[in-house]
Every structure is written in structure tokens, then in C-alpha cells.
Design a protein around this ligand. Structure first.
Ligand code: PEP
Ligand code: MN
Length: 345
């Protein structure tokens, strides 16, 4: 349920209600607005008696049951967009971010070269999988631990925070020690043990949409992370499975406005995995920006043709540079900007 405090309620009133919410076995989530404070009380559906109990408290203006099955992700609980920040940039609200880099970390030279050029063209975060979730057990599985160390080296040199995928609950501690954001891939989007494990960390989580997930299921997966106390979750639309074979997946651009009408969490687009072909990546990325995404994550590689995974969809450096130029041209039209970026070389 959502408890709306009376106009002008101060810290003492907030503390009283928070304590009462905890006393009845619910989890409080406080959202302080300009003039009103909302307290989400998260738990099983409230009884009419409990609603009445809170309505009768002197600090409370109104109590409404939360209608959505997801609670902490809901705009009903937090009407303001969540903003997540790193030293190089922010995402959410009017802040737009670009994360870029290769599909997988393959060598020291490869990841350092990619890190340098994505920074030079204005990306605010470096991507690169150290552990790769491959459909075939015979495909490239990533460098593992050594890949994590190379990402740390690339961050030390460029100042770019790094996002990399975590495949299992057992890996969470190790990956969280190295990365600035934890990626949950499409194939693990309903691995509830993994979602709970990343929910126990304090690292932002980038959650990809499962390839056959409805948007409500997607938000319920996010809720698994949020319900463990980690409120920094970014939702990524990366294409869903349809009957169409011209692209690797079908980018569901309508996911962006739909999600934004239900959740305060930042929503990103991954044009690379949706496209599957590099020629389609720039137009799909621009569609994502135009439709109101809070960021994009794009694959680019110093020598895409030689990439050990996802070779067909990774951009060449000059294509990535062109993409950045076009993204910057569209951002003002949607009222967004890239803030806090590093100085361009
Ligand atoms: C990736 O980002 O390289 C990846 C494997 O993505 P997805 O989980 O969306 O397929
Ligand atoms: Mn990939």
C-alpha cells in the first residue's frame, strides 16, 4: 500500500510512520517529494483493517493499495524518475548515457584499444563480457577472471566505469569486486537466485529483457533485485523473439514508453543484440534515443571481423564515432543530455 503523509510532514512524522510500517511486518520505502512524502509499505496485499489502521493515524493524509504486482519498481511508489550516477555520467530523468565496448574481453590489446576509442568518442562507460553466456557450449566462453583484471586495467587508464556480465550467484562477489555495474543477460533474466544475489550488492544492475518476456514479467524480475534492497536497476530492451528472421531479434521500441509509464527505473536500448547486423545498429540506436530511452549500450570492437563472439553486429570505430555524432544531434529534441562526461580528447 502507499501511504501519503499530510502536507508539510517532517522527519519526525516520517520516522513515526516508517516505524509503524515495520512494526506491522511491511518494508517501508520513503519517497520525499517537494510538497508530499510518500511511504510505500511493501509486503503481501493489505487487509481492509490495515488500510483503516494507517488511515486513522494523525500523520497520514491518504492510504491507497498499490494496484501493480511490482511494487518498488512502480511509479505509484516513486513518481520521480530514478537517476543513477557514476563519475563519468548519469542515467534517468533528463540524463542520457552511452556504454560501449566489445561483446567480450579477448586480450589486453583489444580491450585497451576499445576503451581508448570509446572514451575518445564520448562514451561514459566501457562494456565487455569476461564471462560469456553462449547458446552453444562449444562457442567462446570468455576470458573469465583474467578478463575482469583487464577491465580493471582499462578503467584505471581511461577513467571509464565498467559493466560486465555475471552468470551465476557464486560469481556475484567476484564480479562485484571488479565491476561498476553488474549485467544480467537475457538468458538469465528470470534466474531468480541470481537476481536476489545481485540485489544483495550495492552495485547498479543492468537487467536485460529476456527474449520472450512480457514487460510485466520484466518488471517482476527487476522487483527481485529491488526487494533485496538494491534500488539501482537499469532495464534494457535488447530485442525479443518474433517470427521475423531479417534481424537477430525484434527491437521492441514500444517497450520504452510503456515501461516509462509504469516505472521510475531508467530504461536503455541495446541495438546491437536486437540487430545482429552492424548495418542496422545505428538506425536502431537512434530509434531508441528518439523514443525516450535513458541510455544505450552498444557493441564496438577494434577489429569486428576478428571478434570471437557477435562479430557480425559489432561496430567499427568510425561507425561508433558516427553513431555518437547522431545521438548527440537527437538528444536535444527529446529533452535529454549527456551530463558529467569526461573531457573529449
Ligand atoms: C551481451 O551483452 O553480450 C549479451 C550476451 O547480451 P544478451 O544477454 O542481451 O543476449
Ligand atoms: Mn554480445
Amino acid at each position: 500500500m502507499l501511504i501519503i503523509l499530510k502536507h508539510g510532514a517532517g522527519q519526525a512524522q516520517i520516522a513515526t510512520i516508517v516505524a509503524e510500517v515495520e512494526r506491522v511486518g511491511y518494508r517501508p520505502h520513503v519517497s520525499e517529494g517537494e510538497s508530499t512524502t510518500l511511504i510505500g509499505a511493501i509486503g503481501k496485499g493489505p487487509t481492509p483493517e490495515l488500510l483503516e489502521h494507517f488511515r486513522a493515524l494523525p500523520e497520514v493524509a491518504e492510504v491507497i493499495p498499490i494496484s501493480k504486482p511490482y511494487k518498488l519498481a512502480s511509479l505509484e511508489v516513486q513518481p520521480k524518475p530514478s537517476v543513477i550516477s557514476w563519475p563519468t555520467g548519469s542515467t534517468g530523468g533528463n540524463a542520457f548515457m552511452v556504454a560501449a565496448g566489445p561483446c567480450g574481453v579477448e586480450s589486453r590489446e583489444q580491450i585497451l584499444t576499445a576503451a581508448r576509442f570509446v572514451k575518445r568518442h564520448g562514451a561514459q562507460m566501457l562494456r565487455g563480457g569476461a564471462f560469456k553466456p553462449r547458446t552453444s557450449p562449444y562457442s567462446y566462453q570468455g576470458m573469465g577472471r583474467a578478463g575482469l583484471d583487464l577491465l580493471v586495467e582499462a578503467r584505471a587508464e581511461t577513467g571509464l566505469p565498467v559493466v560486465t556480465e555475471v552468470l551465476s550467484p557464486e560469481q556475484v562477489e567476484l564480479v562485484a569486486e571488479h565491476a561498476d555495474m553488474l549485467q544480467i543477460g537475457a538468458r538469465n533474466a528470470q534466474n531468480f537466485a541470481l537476481l536476489q544475489a545481485v540485489g544483495e550488492t550495492n552495485k547498479p544492475v543492468m537487467l536485460k529483457r529476456g527474449m520472450s518476456m512480457t514487460l510485466e514479467e520484466f518488471l517482476m524480475s527487476a522487483e527481485y533485485v529491488l526487494s533485496r534492497g538494491n534500488l539501482k536497476v537499469i532495464l534494457v530492451e535488447r530485442g525479443i523473439r518474433t517470427f521475423e528472421k531479417a534481424t537477430r531479434f525484434t527491437l521492441d521500441v514500444s517497450a520504452v514508453p510503456a515501461l516509462k509509464s509504469w516505472t521510475h527505473l531508467p530504461v536503455w536500448i541495446d541495438p546491437s543484440h536486437a540487430a545482429g547486423k552492424r548495418d542496422y545498429v545505428i538506425p536502431l540506436a537512434l530509434a531508441g534515443v528518439a523514443v525516450g530511452a535513458d541510455g544505450i549500450i552498444v557493441e564496438t570492437h577494434p577489429e569486428p571481423e576478428k571478434a570471437l563472439s557477435d562479430a557480425a553486429q559489432q561496430l567499427h570505430e568510425h561507425e561508433f564515432a558516427l553513431l555518437m555524432k547522431k545521438v548527440r544531434a537527437i538528444l536535444p529534441a527529446v529533452g535529454k543530455e549527456m551530463v558529467g562526461g569526461l573531457e573529449l580528447a
